[in-house]
Design a protein around this ligand. Sequence first.
Ligand SMILES: *Cc1c(COP(=O)(O)O)cnc(C)c1O
Length: 454
Amino acid sequence: MSIRIQKTFEALFALEEVRGLFRESLPTGFDPEEEAAFRQKIAEVKAILADLEAGTGTPKVTKIAGTIDLRTREEQSINIQPIQAAGRLTTEARKALISYGDGYSTCDACRKPFRLDKISKPGIAEFHADLAKFVNMDHARVVPGARRGFQAVTNTLVNKGDSVIVSALAHYTEFLAVENAGGVVKEVPLNAKNIVTGEATAQKIEEVKRETGKLPVLVMIDHFDYQFANEHEIKEIGKVAHQYDIPFLYNGAYTVGVMPVDGKAIGADFVVGSGHKSMASVAPSGVLAMTDEWLPKTLRTTAMVGDLTKRKFGIKEVELLGCTLMGGTLLSMMASFPTVKARTKKWEDEVKRSNYFIGRLLKITGSKVLSEYPRKHTLTKVDTTGSFDTVAQTHKRRGFYFSDELSSRGIVGEFAGATRTWKLNTYGLSEKKIRYLADAFTEVAEKHGIPVAK
Ligand SMILES: *Cc1c(COP(=O)(O)O)cnc(C)c1O
């Protein structure tokens, strides 16, 4: 690791220790012993900063709490891990995490009627309104991950044995949300291009109706799926769902927070997004948005009364179990939000860079793209059986030679040892990094005798 990165972490940790001294002292200030400890800590910080500036010194802190390694891959490397790219925190989010890391930190100024989305200091209520507007829906709530958004909807709409339409590329969390509610998934098959179409969705609905005698109760489809990140016919699917009067959940785990999403234009009843996948937020976080129509059902408030005490809990929402993201997770979302809003307007540039990289990869003889091409997303499934895997066949490190080559160039996040079909995500990489990445792949190919077209 670069000693400067190491010293940056050490300086941050040392300042946290200074902070700890404030937490342990009286509100009136340090006693002499604490003052001495403070001065000693400040001296340590200064020494670390001197090393940081000069790039000198040796690693002094390698663990947190004696056992946990420092995580420095985002500082040290270019990370092309498929699910991590758009969940990397902004600098503002990291500040929010430092500041609001304490347990129920959102609750300092929680006043009647005691609900997370009503808190105005910090501006959580306003953030909820902004979130709804961001995806052009009427209401939004924060949830611990897209999956909890699905769950709130399935628990509301799905009864035992009910069918739910999902795609043949649906994420496992969609299966589990349906299962959790006692429903049964019915998958829409893909066309020859691995796309879910409106027409295939209509056929599947008809099939379910024929076989079960009942219409499905929910259509839940990913705009871009997690396997190929192909774009599916989301508008047409929304239209079909409405023709059958079935509510439509738009799964924006790979879209909300990276590209513009207009829930109303799509015809969505629900829009679900993932904070830690696509909104530069701490996990678990996400958004569940809906139209006015679904509010009374999906966000119904508690009606329960204690038989003994006659207690009632006001306007707490049942599916959300009252409050959801009550600390650093939510504040990280809020702190990243201005950047996230702005970055969705630059999505075309992200796609351009994704296509630049894939174009360069395709020049390496034998490489293929399994996702639709040209790319419409930054996540891509590639097949390097005909290129990098040919080397793995005879290499003593097998497929690991490839990860070794990449990591020695500061590139991480490809599935270690995989040289056949694998996924990568270029989201957030600058022009400079994209070129570096493409050059690195070219270099590795040439080094191992794989021809590269000019
Ligand atoms: C990642 C992903 C999810 C799950 O998102 P969480 O926020 O982790 O719950 C759901 N659906 C799709 C298509 C995904 O890619």
